[in-house]
Design a protein around this ligand. Structure first.
Ligand SMILES: Nc1ncnc2c1ncn2[C@@H]1O[C@H](COP(=O)(O)OP(=O)(O)OP(=O)(O)O)[C@@H](O)[C@H]1O
Ligand SMILES: Cc1ncc(C[n+]2csc(CCO)c2C)c(N)n1
Length: 242
């Protein structure tokens, strides 16, 4: 079976699509006006991850509606922002443990309080800044893919990043609109993976890709649909200009 992955078009989809959850991590919100605000409005669930609420609150004019909840260990949410949202009746949910990051706590809240119904989760932030957080973000993408088959897309300043499953995927690339590309990468972070591709400038032909060996970075998208066949899940990242 071939999976058709909508790629960035998942972020511009029409009504009637599966419910969407949007998570704001504790970083300046990438593409706040152009992409984030309309997606936030459209989402079924809107979570601020701890200090993510500070960044939401800092946007003017304030995006509407208010968050569904603010979740985390609450070490980075400022008292005034907390007060502001509590005043508007927004739940502030604390998970105190220090063995999971606030990003994981946000996903846990989706499962425990919001029925885990969102088939697509769009995350803003988490792939720039602190390298330990960046690595963790990629790890969570892979773990969530394996454990729950949850589709998570991460929006950062320069990229859209998500997991492609084991097997064959056709990734839709919006080259014409100038949204996606030109550069992309296939990151073998779930372990060594045999890859076949079509539609890239430098295709792979059943080669073994690994973190310490062959890793396709600085590749270029040369078609509106990229075919990837992978022997295990792999991270796809593509330049993105919403
Ligand atoms: N500098 C950063 N670079 C990348 N991602 C970040 C950064 N700061 C925060 N994040 C993301 O936002 C989430 C919430 O931020 P928060 O500051 O509450 O982090 P945390 O999970 O409590 O970890 P820590 O206490 O080590 O900062 C993090 O779990 C992480 O995914
Ligand atoms: C081996 C190990 N390394 C680091 C941490 C620290 N840690 C991981 S997630 C987290 C919460 C951040 O809000 C903290 C403090 C740990 N517990 N175990």
């Amino acid at each position: 079976m071939v999976l058709r992955h909508p790629g960035s078009s998942a972020l511009y989809a029409s009504p009637g699509d599966a419910p969407l959850a949007v998570l704001v991590l504790n970083q300046p919100i990438p593409h706040a006006r152009t992409l984030f605000a309309p997606l936030w409005r459209r989402a079924a669930h809107r979570l601020c991850i701890d200090g993510g609420a500070n960044h939401l609150h800092a946007l003017t004019p304030a995006p509407t509606p208010h968050p569904t909840a603010i979740v985390g260990d609450l070490d980075s949410l400022t008292p005034s922002v907390r007060h502001h949202y509590e005043h508007h009746g927004i739940p502030v949910h604390r998970y105190a443990d220090q063995d999971s990051t606030d990003f994981m706590k946000g996903l846990r809240y989706l499962d425990e309080h919001l029925g885990g119904v969102s088939s697509t989760v769009v995350v803003f932030g988490g792939l720039s800044g602190r390298l330990d957080h960046v690595m963790h973000t990629l790890k969570v993408l892979l773990n969530e893919h394996t454990a729950r088959a949850r589709s998570i897309l991460v929006v950062s300043e320069d990229n859209l990043t998500f997991v492609l499953p084991e097997g064959e995927s056709r990734v839709c690339v919006q080259r014409e609109a100038g949204r996606d590309g030109p550069t992309c990468g296939l990151l073998p972070l779930a372990g060594d993976v045999v890859l076949w591709t079509e539609g890239l400038r430098w295709n792979l032909h059943g080669q073994l890709s690994s973190f310490t060996g062959l890793m396709s970075t600085s590749n270029v998208v040369d078609a509106d649909e990229v075919l990837v066949r992978a022997s295990r899940p792999v991270i796809w990242t593509c330049e993105f200009h919403p």
